[in-house]
Design a protein around this ligand. Structure first.
Ligand SMILES: CC(C)[C@H](C(=O)O)[C@@H](O)C(=O)O
Ligand code: SF4
Length: 774
């Protein structure tokens, strides 16, 4: 536990320090991970790596698995097995693969026939698996959600998932501290979703890059745990990898009695420890933002970035509302995609669908508020669908116990089973091209909810009001609304809408199986083979210039390509919607990577900030690598993407100096080769003239130049990891041997060792549940 004599520290500093297993001189830290949540999308390649290297999962008791992204949210009355229930082949394969892996490695798993199944970020807190002062990771960017408990929780890529499986540690660096203080009382109709949208509007999607945000102030203290989760969830959209709230009475009340929360004497010990980790009053922050709660209105997004927000009473902005040229261009692009005219009042924007769900807003309180607003009324007749998708089977059950399902069904909503659903459309719930959706999810990127689909982010209350209005609506006008409009029955999703997702399943299979690009050229298969990493020293080649800011990983590789259990063959999927015409599927000749000489690019130069923001999908670097791009140069990056590159033998280079970056971009635009020299840390033009110097962390450079597998390096620290675990067992015994694996643990000398007992299986693809102890 942290000592009282240390200089003033933040909550983040304290939790981070309490988990250091080893620290190198350059600041690289081996950090112990208390809790690992896993799902089907980002684990197959990690398990494959483990198997190939003959490694085990070090702490199955600290690992919890579920299915969420791929699964249909249709009724499960006839559910027999995942293998027979999931129709779409790639989704089925990914889901069955998870089931096989959890059996092979003895990991607790909530399958589709378990009422505890749900979105990974809903079930962790619900079970008390997420606890204050812990480190929590998941191969998913919205792991930031769990920071609501005062946990240091962040998303990781698949290589890091494998690293945690094998070592229960991660190699990382200390982040900077940022504070967002929200003081005062929230106005009626304003929720924590509005707080976070408002804050992202202020700081931008790159505002928190490199930082961990601590949310504090009276408005935050007044929020429930569920509201805090919604807010921390979107820290990633604010550019930060993690967001935290100091644990308090509200936290403890939420956790007490949860299946995996500490019990009896341990509970009191745990609470005392958790309280000791609050930020010291004199602690300082690298970035400080103050928000007056009364300035926050119900907020909605208008564009294709979560920073594109206005109060619901506002209008769609136009390029003239921005002074910065890059922002003007981004506005033009967003308006075109969203099909909006500048100056249109937001409340006149007509909707096609409403989605209330996702790891941001699918908890019981979200459903309660939505139900209160729609009770006794009907969804507008112009809506094609209005979906309520509970975040977990337990949320669903509770809502049904309270009669909320009936309220929704009577109002004309669909009442679905738990899953990610229309948040990203890896499952059958998607938008058709040009359909407009009021959504309680967290990302409004191009194609996020379905190719060509248009997303407006908002709170559950606003989404409920919008469902009644059929347009984007100000919830404050709906509180007393009692006369429902006549509503038409909500049509069910057609097969056509699903297939409209640009690429058919057959095409997808072909692309993934065939290591050729869409032009039929064999592409360099640069993605590393499992267990190894190619060395990186000098790289000379054509550099493709990209001039847009905030290029997200959904754009680098859209969701339909994430349903693979392999790392290779993704080159054809790179920037798929930007490279191909959605109607014909043919190449768009003007897109940079479709032009000569850029088809042969080995380097990508982005003059825009925050390259690779958003999702943790390691498929993004895999796709770049498979296309032939081994190095990216940009002013700044999404943190997870930046890490993921190194894990694949790629070099992402930060060049924050605008002039130096422009020198490089000039060469790129001219179609000339440039050279990246990692040992010398310089970028040169084709004649060897220096264009820029760059920094790279010593440890990362060492691994890249020598092609080292960092799992092997961490495993060499086994003695230190064991020592850490002994101390953890003494100080925080409630973190060992989760309730689900009771009786499977034995003491082996000084350390806890899990016995290699697979979760009992009923039949292939089906895993039986551990008995519930509640
Ligand atoms: C599939 C996963 C990698 C991804 C993420 O990391 O966020 C997904 O959950 C998303 O929301 O885009
Ligand atoms: S953001 Fe959406 S897709 Fe990602 S975990 Fe949350 S609900 Fe699932």
């Amino acid at each position: 536990m942290p000592s009282a004599v240390k200089p003033p520290q933040t909550l983040y500093d304290k939790v981070f320090d309490a988990h250091i297993v080893d620290q190198k001189e350059d600041g690289t830290v081996v950090l112990y991970i208390d809790r690992h949540l896993i799902h089907e999308v980002t684990t197959p390649q990690a398990f494959e790596g483990l198997k190939n290297a003959g490694r085990r999962v070090r702490r199955p008791d600290c690992t919890l698995a579920t299915l969420d992204h791929n699964i249909p949210t249709t009724p499960r009355k006839n559910f027999k097995s995942v293998a027979s229930f999931i129709e779409e082949e790639d989704s089925r394969l990914q889901s069955v693969t998870l089931e096989e892996n959890v059996k092979d490695f003895g990991i607790t798993y909530f399958g589709m026939d378990d009422k505890r199944q749900g979105i990974v970020h809903v079930i962790g807190p619900e079970q008390g698996f997420t606890l204050p002062a812990t480190t929590v990771v998941c191969g998913d960017s919205h792991t930031s959600t769990h920071g609501a408990f005062g946990a240091l929780a962040f998303g990781i890529g698949t290589s890091e998932v494998e690293h945690v499986f094998a070592t229960q540690c991660l190699i990382t660096k200390r982040s900077k501290n940022m504070r967002i203080q929200v003081e005062g009382e929230l106005a009626p109709g304003v929720s924590s979703k509005d707080i976070i949208l408002h804050c992202i509007g202020i700081i931008g999607t790159a505002g928190g890059t490199g930082h961990v945000i601590e949310y504090c102030g009276s408005a935050i203290r007044g929020l429930s745990m569920e509201a805090r989760m919604s807010m921390c969830n979107m820290s990633i959209e604010a550019g930060a990898r993690a967001g935290m709230v100091a644990p308090d009475e509200i936290t403890f009340e939420y956790l007490k009695g949860r299946p995996l929360s500490p019990k009896g004497d341990e509970w009191n010990k745990a609470v005392a420890y958790w309280l000791s980790l609050r930020s010291d009053p004199e602690a300082t922050y690298d970035k400080d933002i103050f928000v007056d709660a009364k300035d926050i209105a119900p907020t909605v997004s208008w564009g294709t970035s979560p920073q594109d927000v206005v109060p619901i009473t506002g209008k769609v902005p136009g390029p003239d509302d921005f002074t910065d040229e890059a922002k003007k261009q981004a506005c033009i692009k967003s308006l075109k995609y969203m099909g909006l005219e500048p100056g249109t009042p937001m409340q006149e924007v007509v909707l096609d669908k409403v989605f209330i769900g996702s790891c941001t807003n699918s908890r019981i309180e979200d459903l309660r508020i939505a139900a209160r607003i729609v009770e006794g009324k009907k969804v507008a007749s112009n809506l094609k669908r209005a979906l309520i998708v509970p975040g977990s089977g337990l949320v669903k059950k509770q809502a049904e116990d309270e009669g909320l399902d009936k309220i929704f069904l009577d109002a004309g909503f669909e009442w679905r089973e738990a899953g990610c659903s229309m948040c990203l459309g890896m499952n059958p719930d998607i938008l058709a091209p040009q359909e407009r959706c009021a959504s309680t999810s967290n990302r409004n990127f191009e194609g996020r909810q379905g190719a060509g689909g248009r997303t407006h982010l908002m709170s559950p209350a606003s989404a409920a009001a919008s469902a009644l209005s059929g347009k984007l609506a100000d919830v404050r006008n709906y509180a007393g609304w009692s006369h429902g409009k006549a509503s038409a029955p909500v049509p069910v999703e057609t097969e056509e809408a699903h297939m409209a997702d640009i690429i058919s399943d057959e095409d997808l299979d072909k692309l993934l199986d065939d290591p050729e690009d869409s032009q039929g050229n064999t592409v360099q298969s640069g993605a590393p083979s499992v267990g190894g990493m190619p060395a990186f020293t000098q790289l000379k080649g054509i550099a493709a210039p990209f001039e847009i800011a905030n290029i997200d990983t959904d754009a680098i590789i859209p969701k339909q390509f994430l349903k693979t259990i392999k790392r290779s063959g993704l080159g054809s999927a790179l920037f798929f919607p930007w490279r191909h015409d959605p109607k014909t599927g043919k190449e768009i000749p003007d897109f940079i990577l479709n032009k000569e000489p850029y088809r042969h690019s080995k380097i990508l130069v982005s003059t825009g900030v925050n390259f690779g923001c958003g999702s943790s999908r390691e498929h993004a670097p895999w796709a770049l690598l498979d296309f032939g791009i081994k190095s990216v140069i940009a002013p700044s990056y999404g943190d997870i993407f930046f890490n993921n590159c190194f894990k694949n033998g790629m070099l992402p280079i930060r060049i924050p100096d605008q002039e130096a970056l422009e020198r490089i971009a000039i060469e790129a635009r001219a179609g000339k080769e440039i050279e990246v020299d990692l040992p010398a840390q310089v970028i040169k033009d084709a004649d060897g003239k220096e264009l820029a110097k760059f920094d790279v962390e010593e440890f990362r450079k060492y691994c890249l130049v020598n092609g080292l597998d960092d799992i092997g390096l961490t495993l060499k620290l086994d003695d230190k990891i064991k020592k850490f675990e002994e101390k953890r067992t003494r100080d925080t015994p409630w973190l060992d041997g989760s309730g689900y694996l009771k009786g499977r643990w034995r003491k082996d000398g000084s350390s806890m060792v899990v016995e290699a007992v697979a979760v009992p299986k009923t039949n292939r693809g089906e895993v039986s549940k551990e008995p519930l102890d509640w």
